[in-house]
Design a protein around this ligand. Structure first.
Ligand SMILES: [Fe+2]
Length: 311
């Protein structure tokens, strides 16, 4: 008996929004490159080979699809695996401008795109020498003059989706797509990883909520200065509702969030825990960060009331 095919990681996601220009301004302010066509706006971290966010015009802001990498050699096996669930597999979600690959709607109606492409390696990101404790690695250097203040995000790293029936959704994503839950928190959040070998603690996650939607999308950046500069430039661009910096619990990553124009968040993060097959998932009961700003109950709340996604 052959094992089920597994997705290899997060490729990106799609949104509909009422104002494409506002979407392009927000995400390019964050540091993503954009292209625009008659169908929509497409965004990617500079240098990446595929679009990480696809934005289409819509009456309301809505998370419209999730996109995951699969090994191209598993495309047929995936089509069969999904069909065994009684789900129709298509080569297009009925939307012009959709990327090639396998498309289907999971049982709760979200379109899933399986992108037949192995994840690209993360680009090298040289870090400046640090002086820490008795280690003096930077002498006679004006770091503040030489530091690169405009480093762009390296890649999309993860996203969290809020949903009803989160445990049923978690089971479907594990059984059919091949995710594994790497930790759960507070009885309402599942962090999920994909791929083999040494991998990110999570590339996707679910939060129990009142309705479906994007809680946040997160882009990997080099380090704390890149987080600081990103927060700064978003504030300068007029996106003043920010949250951070801090260091998360559960996956230990440094973070800063900026509110998007429709109530969800975009995060930049660095220094996440990496895991391999020896990782043991646990149930945690803890705050979402070990240091950071004032505790925000919105973060893991049942009702994400600032999010403008329709219910
Ligand atoms: Fe995150």
């Amino acid at each position: 008996m052959t094992s089920s095919p597994k997705i290899l990681g997060l490729s990106g996601f799609g949104l509909t929004v009422p104002d494409l220009d506002e979407a392009r301004r927000f995400y390019t302010s964050f540091g993503l490159d954009s292209t625009q066509s008659a169908q929509g706006v497409f965004l990617r971290s500079p240098g990446r080979q595929h679009d990480e966010i696809a934005i289409f015009p819509g009456r309301e802001k809505r998370l419209s699809h999730l996109s995951f990498f699969i090994d191209p050699s598993t495309t047929e096996a995936f089509a069969e695996r999904v069909a065994r669930e009684g789900i129709a597999v298509k080569d297009n979600p009925g939307r012009a401008g959709a990327a090639p690959g396998l498309w289907f709607q999971e049982p709760w109606g979200m379109w899933i795109h399986l992108n037949p492409m192995r994840p690209e390696p993360t680009a090298a990101c040289p870090m400046p020498a640090e002086n820490t404790g008795t280690s003096q690695r930077r002498v006679n250097v004006h770091l503040w003059q030489e530091i690169d203040r405009k480093r762009a995000p390296l890649r999309i790293g993860h996203m969290l989706m809020f949903t009803q029936e989160w445990e049923k959704v978690e089971k479907f994503y594990c059984d059919v797509l091949g995710f594994r839950t790497t930790d759960r928190a507070n009885g309402k959040v599942a962090f999920m990883a994909a791929g083999d070998g040494v991998i990110d603690h999570h590339c996707f996650g679910l939060i129990n909520g009142t309705h479906r939607g994007l809680q946040h999308a997160s882009f990997h950046v080099g380090g704390i200065d890149d987080i600081g500069f990103t927060a700064w430039k978003m504030r300068e661009a007029g996106y003043k509702d920010g949250f951070g910096p801090g260091r998360h619990a559960v996956a230990s990553n440094l973070f800063h969030y900026t509110r998007d124009p429709w109530g969800s968040w975009i995060e930049c993060y660095a220094d996440m825990d990496m895991i391999d097959d020896h990782w043991q998932p646990r149930e945690w009961k803890s705050l979402p960060y070990i240091w950071g700003p004032d505790w925000s109950p919105e973060f893991w709340a049942n009702d994400h009331n600032a999010n403008l996604e329709p219910r």
